[in-house]
Design a protein around this ligand. Structure first.
Ligand SMILES: [Zn+2]
Length: 199
């Protein structure tokens, strides 16, 4: 525990730290924005690549056909081993070559926010559960659609042991809350378009 130093101006020190913190946060925001734009480029390249090697040899009757067929097979094989990050959401079969592009897909297509926010939310749920504190899922998951397995992962990361039954219950509750939020949003969008049509 640090000892109180009467010669130190704690108010100045506080504000100086506060300002430093604010400027670091602004820098982080900046870097994360440019990171997102790079990831978007990577995602586009990956999709282009997928499209390209799925179409090699199609509409091709020439002598090159057999050669292309073999190339196509080899490339597909190479792509299969490189794509080891599959999207964790139920019913989504997307696979990516890097964790970064998968995370971007989660953010854009599943409203999953970024990885840090997902981990923070899942850890919050695990911690509250272990400490017998109330958990307001609906509020926690307003902005974030947590993928299946998040709670289990968070409990492992925090090394907080919850029973299998509790983990299953929490995962089910997350799924239910996400689904309710999705339906609510769909309904809101529908109402908006109806209002727009009536106007
Ligand atoms: Zn997905």
């Amino acid at each position: 525990m640090p000892v109180y130093d009467p010669n130190k101006n704690y108010n100045d020190a506080y504000w100086s730290l506060f300002c430093q913190n604010e400027s670091i946060l602004a820098k982080i925001e900046d870097i994360s924005l440019s990171r997102d734009s790079y990831l978007k480029k990577i995602l586009r390249i990956e999709e282009q690549y997928e499209h390209w090697h799925n179409n090699i040899g199609d509409n091709d009757d020439s002598d090159e056909y057999q050669k292309n067929l073999r190339k196509k097979h080899e490339r597909r094989y190479a792509a299969e081993i490189a794509r080891e990050y599959n999207c964790p959401y139920h019913g989504c079969e997307k696979m990516y070559g890097s964790e970064g592009s998968m995370n971007l897909h989660i953010k854009l297509k599943h409203k999953g926010g970024n990885k840090t926010d997902r981990e923070k939310t899942a850890k919050h749920i695990v911690f509250c559960q272990s400490a017998n504190l109330p958990i307001c899922m609906a509020q926690l998951l307003v902005k974030i659609n947590l993928p299946p397995g998040s709670i289990r992962e968070a409990s492992e990361q925090l090394q907080i042991n919850l029973s299998e039954k509790t983990l299953d219950q929490l995962e089910a509750e997350v799924l239910k809350t996400n689904e309710a939020a999705r339906l609510k949003q769909k309904k809101n969008e529908l109402m908006k378009t109806q209002k727009y049509r009536q106007a």
